[in-house]
Design a protein around this ligand. Structure first.
Ligand code: ZN
Length: 202
């Protein structure tokens, strides 16, 4: 597990305890669902936070946001559900709150280090902490619960048609297009999304 942690840290560029939580959670789901090879399984995952945990899930299971097998519902909870579409078995794995309460002390320490701007020390502190988490027996760290989804799993590759926005001219998937006064527009040109950038002229 330590070598997996090292690879994962190099994949995402930093060590955070959440990554170690993620490794433990994926392992627990794999055991519960009796999956031999995660990357060959017909797996779908819902992560309940956008921080740290999705990196571990993508890296270890091959379920990614890009291939449609990872959905992020950002409740900021250290929890995830793993659904084996082959066997229809599903499990939600979360960190036991009592454990996380104790673990907050570690975060407090890294915050105080950050205030003193000891960045090297923060990195070592986080890496050490992540290693400690890996060594904790799963039953002390995780709650694993069998679940049934209340909403359908979206199709992995939805049938799609490409259309072009009549204002900016850029291509979009048909389901993301809007019709305003008979014109096909992208979400930004239709005013449904605020542009996150503006062009900079030299
Ligand atoms: Zn447009």
């Amino acid at each position: 597990m330590e070598s997996v942690l090292k690879e994962l840290i190099s994949f995402r560029g930093s060590a955070e305890p959440g990554v170690a939580y993620g490794i433990k959670m994926v392992q627990a789901a794999k055991d519960f669902l009796k999956i031999r090879d995660l990357k060959k399984a017909d797996l779908y995952v819902i992560a309940e936070t956008s921080r740290c945990l999705p990196d571990a899930i993508e890296f270890l299971t091959g379920c990614t946001v890009g291939n449609g097998r990872l959905l992020i519902k950002d409740y900021s909870k250290m929890a995830a559900s793993f659904i084996d579409l082959g066997t229809k078995r599903a499990v939600r794995v979360m960190i036991i709150p009592e454990f996380q309460r104790k673990d907050v002390a570690h975060s407090k320490r890294s915050v105080s280090l950050r205030q003193r701007r000891k960045f090297g020390e923060i990195t070592t502190h986080h890496a050490r902490h992540a290693l400690e988490i890996l060594k904790i027996p799963s039953k002390e760290l995780l709650r694993v619960q069998k679940i049934k989804l209340t909403e359908p799993v979206p199709p992995m590759r939805p049938p799609t048609k490409i259309v072009f926005c009549e204002k900016c001219g850029e291509s979009i998937r048909e389901e993301k297009a809007r019709v305003r006064d008979g014109e096909i527009l992208c979400l930004v040109c239709a005013g449904e999304e605020k542009p996150y950038f503006k062009p900079k002229y030299l």
